[in-house]
Design a protein around this ligand. Structure first.
Ligand code: FES
Length: 128
C-alpha cells in the first residue's frame, strides 16, 4: 500500500489492471480505456461497512449545498463516523477514533419528529 505508483502498468495485462482498479472501494484508483472513462453500474448500491464508511457504487454525483459538483464518480466511500477531515468522504479517521457504530452518537437526532427535523427538503432536480 505504501509503494508508489500504486499501479505498475508493466506488471499485468490491461484486463487484470482494470479488474483490480474496479475493486478500489473509494474511487481513488480509476482508469480510462481507449480514451473512455469507466462507467459505473446503472444501479446504485450502498454497502455499510461495520464501524466504517458507506461504500457507494453507481453513477454518482456529490453536490455541495451551494450547488458545486464535489465529485463525479463511480465509487465512493462516505463517512459515517463524523470525524473525517474530508467530509463527506471517508479518510480512514474512523480507525483513528475507534468508531463504534453500536455506541450512542452524540449528534444523533433521536428527538426528530419529521424528516424536516433532520434535513430540509432538497431540490435534487435543480442540479448545479
Ligand atoms: S467513516 Fe471513515 S472517516 Fe468517517
Amino acid at each position: 500500500m505504501r509503494a508508489r505508483p500504486w499501479v505498475r502498468m508493466e506488471n499485468a495485462s490491461t484486463d487484470a489492471i482494470v479488474a483490480a482498479v474496479e475493486k478500489c472501494p473509494t474511487g481513488a484508483l480509476r482508469y480510462e480505456r481507449d480514451g473512455v472513462p469507466e462507467t459505473g453500474p446503472a444501479e446504485t448500491t450502498m454497502v455499510q461497512i461495520p464501524n466504517g464508511p458507506l461504500l457507494v457504487r453507481g453513477r454518482l454525483r456529490v453536490v455541495s449545498a451551494t450547488g458545486a459538483v464535489v465529485a463525479d464518480e463511480t465509487r465512493l466511500a462516505l463517512c459515517r463516523c463524523g470525524k473525517s477531515q474530508n467530509e463527506p468522504f471517508c479518510d480512514n479517521s474512523h480507525r483513528r477514533v475507534g468508531f463504534d457504530e453500536a455506541s450512542p452518537q452524540p449528534d444523533r437526532r433521536d428527538d426528530a419528529e419529521s424528516p424536516d427535523d433532520v434535513c430540509p427538503p432538497q431540490d435534487f432536480d435543480a442540479g448545479p
